[in-house]
Design a protein around this ligand. Structure first.
Ligand code: ARG
Length: 589
């Protein structure tokens, strides 16, 4: 299905050609102010500047060549030389029906599908996942869902920090400080405790520091006992992570942590030395970036003087595995901004080694507490992610108890989870990823404003219209989104009515629905799910305006059927859109 944006862009380029002008000039975008129409282009402005002509005169020349047909009113020249397009209600009605019949709400699959490895979440073993991991996990998951929906082949990879110097301390602590009873009560908490305590002791006592180093060397030399302890720690941490993933409804295709690459590290270094990318410097193997001004003074050690390898060495092995073994065309790293330098170095080396895949570091800002400092517990610790998610569900449940006390216990639990988890995810995804944001329970759980509960509530309202009307109110099999796939071609979604759009609130809502297909692909341009979130907020707003202005069940035919189709479509857009953000909708709340 073609979007309005692409149809108009085609009309524009035809007109430019007919006027003897370059067909790809300027951009065609949604209008910034609805008073001036639905879409606008700056083509005349761009061309006028290039050619030293008057932009308004040029705009008029282009407009004269546009064959608007049934699609839009005759375009208008505005301001300094913008050209504005206003869609005809008939075209909107037709496109809306087309959307209603198809299973993908108009979203086309990409023409060239890529295999994309998405590295996200990637917490460290023997440390609990904390709120800082929310952004990577939630953002990575949303990007994976969207890329997949657009037809890419996505491999979700959890690059766990399950190897490294922290294990010297964990193993020392395990042997000397472990409280078996505490371990039984809370596995991860006890592992974290022994790690922290050892860390403290080692800071002031060089003997303990040395003992930890020895434990690490033994682990790396495959000492049975130490390998056993390490394995248990990894398994315990994984149990904790899995619970969080279940709550978040996040899954991975691969969990190749750092340990997976352990055996490959010597080869990485050999390869770098052989190709000349790496060199020996003061006993270590180092990569210099002499041709890259940004990195010229930031060499990278890939093998230390004592023979040990670094985090970066592992990442070089990881690039190779993902490209050569997994055959990735692109790798997206959803990792916080403190690692910008690290990934610049990795990507520079990968390029010099001849890897051509598209490597992207997708960074994000921090989550702040209400005091605008990095979010911490009262005692100054990182807030464990699981506690936070459980609290979200608890708070959501209180809201439901007040709003709808007659629901069954099971329903309340289910709805509370959808709302609580949805609120946390949405608070994150509705922000531009680079901005720091303040974590506020009251704001994210509010039923008003740009929040998940507000969007979920809009969906629930529509569902209740259909419960009142009876599901057979329209001839479309509406609610089984899962079975809707591919019906576009086979035409299995019979629709009895055509759409009559009269009220401006109806037309506006329908236009919004038509934008879904324009918005979704845009998210991947700069990895910005907030574009989709903010669009969904506008859908909910347009729906509420429509619902206040236009009675649905009490109106006469043909308005009644038309409005039901609009309601159905609004619900589907909200449900599908939220699903792409990893957020579920309840049927009641
Ligand atoms: N475990 C790392 C951390 O928590 C993140 C790993 C990111 N992925 C990667 N391939 N380096 O900081």
């Amino acid at each position: 299905m073609q979007t309005f944006q692409s149809l108009l862009a085609k009309k524009l380029s035809d007109a430019l050609r007919a006027a003897g002008l370059p067909a790809a000039a300027g951009e065609l975008t949604p209008a910034s102010d609805p008073r001036f129409g639905d879409y606008q282009t700056n083509a005349a402005l761009v061309l006028a500047k290039q050619r030293g002509e008057n932009p308004r005169v040029l705009a008029a020349k282009i407009v004269a060549q546009i064959e608007a047909g049934d699609l839009c009113e005759s375009p208008a020249v505005a301001g300094a030389g913008f050209i504005n397009f206003t869609l005809r209600p008939g075209a909107v009605a037709e496109k809306t029906m087309e959307l209603s019949r198809g299973g993908r709400l108009g979203v086309a699959e990409v023409k060239s599908s890529r295999r994309i490895v998405i590295d996200f979440g990637s917490p460290n073993v023997a440390k609990p996942m904390h709120v800082g991991h929310i952004r990577s996990t939630v953002l990575g998951d949303a990007l994976a869902r969207i890329a997949q929906f657009l037809g890419h082949e996505v491999i979700r990879d959890n690059h766990l920090g399950d190897w490294g110097t922290q294990f010297g301390m964990v193993i020392y602590g395990w042997k000397n400080l472990l409280d078996r009873q505490a371990l039984q009560r809370n596995l991860l908490a006890e592992i974290v405790r022994i790690y922290k305590e050892t860390n403290q002791q080692a800071a002031s006592d060089p003997k303990i520091r040395e003992a930890c180093r020895q434990e690490l060397i033994k682990l790396q030399a495959d000492d049975r006992e130490n390998v056993d302890i390490w394995k248990q720690c990894v398994a315990f941490s994984m149990q904790d992570f899995e619970r969080v993933y279940k709550l978040l409804d996040v899954h991975y295709d691969l969990q190749c942590g750092e340990s997976f690459y352990h055996d490959r590290l010597p080869d990485v270094v050999e390869r770098l030395l052989k190709s000349g990318v790496g060199e020996i410097s003061e006993g270590a193997v180092v990569v210099f970036f002499r041709d890259n001004p940004e990195l010229a003074d930031k060499p990278l050690i890939v093998r230390k003087r004592d023979g040990g390898f670094n985090y970066a060495t592992t990442d070089l092995a990881t690039v190779d595995y993902r490209i050569n073994d997994l055959k990735a065309d692109a790798i997206w790293y959803v990792v916080g901004a403190p690692q910008i330098l690290h990934f610049r170095q990795i990507f520079d080396i990968a390029r010099r080694e001849g890897y051509t895949a598209d490597l992207r570091h997708i960074t994000f800002g921090s989550i702040l507490g209400e005091d605008r400092k990095l979010m911490k517990t009262r005692s100054g610790e990182n807030v464990p992610l699981r506690d936070l998610l459980e609290e979200a569900c608890k708070r959501a449940r209180k809201i439901i108890e007040e709003k709808n006390p007659h629901l069954s216990e099971d329903e309340k639990t289910d709805i509370a989870q959808k709302i609580g988890i949805g609120a946390v995810k949405y608070a994150d995804l509705s922000q531009y990823r680079m901005t720091d944001y303040v974590f506020s329970w009251d704001k994210m759980l509010s039923l008003q404003g740009n929040t998940a509960p507000y969007l979920q509530n809009a969906y629930v309202r529509i569902r209740s219209i259909f419960r009142k009307a009876g599901e057979s109110a329209i001839a479309t099999p509406l609610w089984d989104v899962d079975t809707q796939a591919d019906h576009e071609e086979t035409g299995h979604r019979p629709v009895a009515t055509t759409l009559t759009l009269a009220d401006s609130a109806e037309i506006n809502l329908a236009k919004r629905m038509c934008q879904f297909a324009e918005i979704v692909p845009q998210v991947l341009n700069d990895f910005r799910p907030n574009i989709l979130a903010n669009y969904l907020f506008e859908v909910a707003n347009s729906f509420h305006t429509f619902y206040e202005a236009c009675p649905v069940l009490k109106s006469e035919e043909p308005a009644r059927s038309s409005r039901l189709i609009l309601c159905d479509l609004a619900a589907r857009v909200l449900k599908q859109g939220l699903d792409l953000l990893g957020i579920k909708v309840p049927e009641k709340m």
